[in-house]
Design a protein around this ligand. Structure first.
Ligand code: DAH
Length: 357
């Protein structure tokens, strides 16, 4: 009796499966494939040897062999799929681009971190000074009706005082009725109206914000600039309170080296009115291009609230009195940091901006 050609089949099958499991790459698999299941494989030579068997035995052995081949082939396919997936993942991982690494690695500089601009940080410092003095901070719209920006502030249409503010008009509604606010003073009107409506007088507020004027930019002026407005409405308020607030603010913000002075001035919404000036920090009072050789820089205006303004918002001027002031935030930044030309604030030159981080 000759031993069956398939006597070692089980062993051979497990050897084949072990070699398949040991394949580590698609390349190895491709190389090994003919040896595992191809014409030169054990399975192929077993297949050939079945030819010598009786038909009955051949059929049985053939079925066994086919089953073994199916198991081996599907193990091989599974291994191929697994290795292909690993290869794809490795490729993805290798291709992944961490832009942070690339940029920082290539430039060898630390990441540049942004910071608030000089005007924003100046605004915050000014707010801090006034909050310490007992003021609160309020906000108002940048687009105003003619009434808020002018009329309620005692500047009727066609009044010559309108010439003080070169105005940008917004193309909305009747011609010249909607403006980009030329100063922060209209926010005073909003606050007083609101306090009357909600019966919450007195008011002690500052109102910082962006303003717009049809000015040609020069060393001291920008067409888009920032002001901070102050408003106090209370009982028994006098000009002495106003002068005290201005003086306290100047010392707190600019330090003891810088002097301030009030000079008689004119604003339609205050009576009496004054202009508020500080020593020019560029020349320390000696006279230069920035201060037009005067040694002083005008920061803004102030005064006692005009009765016409109280009338416009419905506040009883016999019971209440108040003062207001308004001055340039950009101008404060310019003086504090000795910036000869204000246009540097809007030129976005990072060499300039970086100094104020
Ligand atoms: N709004 C004025 C301007 O922009 C500045 C000003 C003057 C504001 C007197 C005031 C004030 O509140 O009382 O020129």
């Amino acid at each position: 009796m000759t031993s069956s050609p398939l006597a070692g089949l089980a062993d051979q099958k497990s050897q084949l499966l072990a070699s398949i499991a040991a394949l580590e790459s698609l390349e190895q698999l491709r190389e090994a494939e003919p040896r595992l299941i191809g014409k030169r494989s054990v399975l192929a030579s077993l297949q050939k040897s079945l030819g010598s068997l009786e038909p009955e035995a051949r059929r049985e052995a053939g079925a066994l062999l086919q089953e073994a081949r199916r198991v081996v082939e599907s193990a091989l396919e599974e291994r191929r799929a697994l290795l292909a997936r690993d290869a794809r993942l490795r490729l993805l991982e290798a291709d992944r681009l961490d832009l942070g690494d690339v940029v920082l690695g290539a430039l060898r500089v630390p990441a540049a971190v942004g910071h608030p601009g000089l005007v924003a940080s100046t605004q915050r410092e000014l707010e801090d000074v006034f909050v310490t003095m007992g003021f609160n901070v309020a906000d108002g719209p940048e687009v105003e009706s003619d009434w808020y920006n002018f009329e309620a502030l005692n500047i009727p249409p066609a009044h010559p005082a309108r010439g003080l503010w070169d105005t940008f008009y917004v193309d909305l509604g009747e011609p010249e009725t909607v403006v980009l606010r030329t100063h922060t003073s209209p926010t005073q009107i909003h606050l007083m109206e609101e306090a009357v409506r909600s019966a919450t007088l007195p008011i002690h507020s500052v109102m910082p914000g962006r303003c717009f004027r049809r000015d040609t930019p020069d060393a001291r002026h920008l067409a888009t600039f920032h002001q901070i407005e102050g408003l106090v409405v209370d009982r028994g308020i006098t000009f002495a309170h106003l002068a005290g607030v201005i003086e306290t603010f100047t010392r707190a913000y600019f330090g003891p080296d810088i002097e301030s002075r009030l000079r008689p001035g004119f604003f339609p919404f205050t009576e009496p009115s004054a202009e508020f000036e500080v020593t020019c920090t560029i020349c320390r009072g000696g006279g230069c291009r920035t201060c037009s050789q005067t040694g002083w820089i005008e920061l803004g205006g102030c005064g006692m609230l005009d009765p016409a303004v109280f009338d416009a918002v419905g506040i009883d001027g016999d019971e209440w009195s108040g003062f207001a002031f308004g001055f340039g935030i950009d101008r404060c930044a310019q003086m504090r940091h000795e910036i000869a030309d204000m246009r540097a604030l809007i030129e976005n030159d990072t060499r300039f901006l970086r100094q104020f981080s």
